[in-house]
Design a protein around this ligand. Structure first.
Ligand SMILES: [Zn+2]
Length: 173
């Protein structure tokens, strides 16, 4: 399976056919489904203004890739730094990670069960807010860290649609 960076470059490549580029973009969403596949795709269509007839605006593919890449590149260094730190800790005999680091072992997923309701900001801004909230411990508070709306933590936010506990929490309900 080719990687996100490889598929992203293909989605941007004007030498490929429109269909090949679109499939490459869809694969990028599959590899980085921040809001879940459907909601992420709906976000990209509106954020990057992807037209029904793609030929009318091929640059929209590049805008969509940039949107995904911006969010992914905020997340990757955090997990890389955590992996490096864990190697040092394990070598020093600490087998379990600290409780406050648990979120770094999860896949980044801000699942939006209703694809029509999702954050309006850029994915990078949303990811930055969620990361900051994990770091300061406010992420599971009474107010949504993405949009500020009050909501029970176990429900999808009525303001921005994000279920902060992720898809797994959603599935077993
Ligand atoms: Zn919200």
């Amino acid at each position: 399976m080719s990687s996100f960076p490889e598929r992203a470059r293909q989605a941007e490549n004007p030498e490929l056919s429109v269909r090949q580029r679109l499939l490459a973009l869809k694969d990028c969403v599959t590899r980085f489904p921040l809001y879940g596949h459907q909601a992420s795709w709906q976000h990209l269509i509106s954020w990057a203004r992807i037209p029904l007839r793609l030929e009318d605006d091929l640059d929209s593919l590049t805008r969509a890739v940039a949107e995904l890449r911006g969010a992914r590149e905020l997340w990757l260094p955090l997990t890389a730094e955590f992996a490096a730190r864990r190697r040092v800790e394990k070598a020093a005999g600490r087998r379990q990670h600290l409780k406050r680091d648990r979120w770094l072992t999860w896949r980044l997923e801000l699942y939006c069960p209703n694809p029509a309701l999702r954050p309006v900001d850029s994915m990078a801004r949303v990811v930055a807010r969620v990361v900051a909230a994990h770091q300061d411990g406010s992420v599971f508070g009474r107010d949504c860290v993405v949009c500020g709306a009050g909501r029970p933590v176990e429900q999808a936010c009525p303001g921005c649609g994000v279920s902060i506990l992720g898809r797994s929490a959603w599935r077993w309900r």
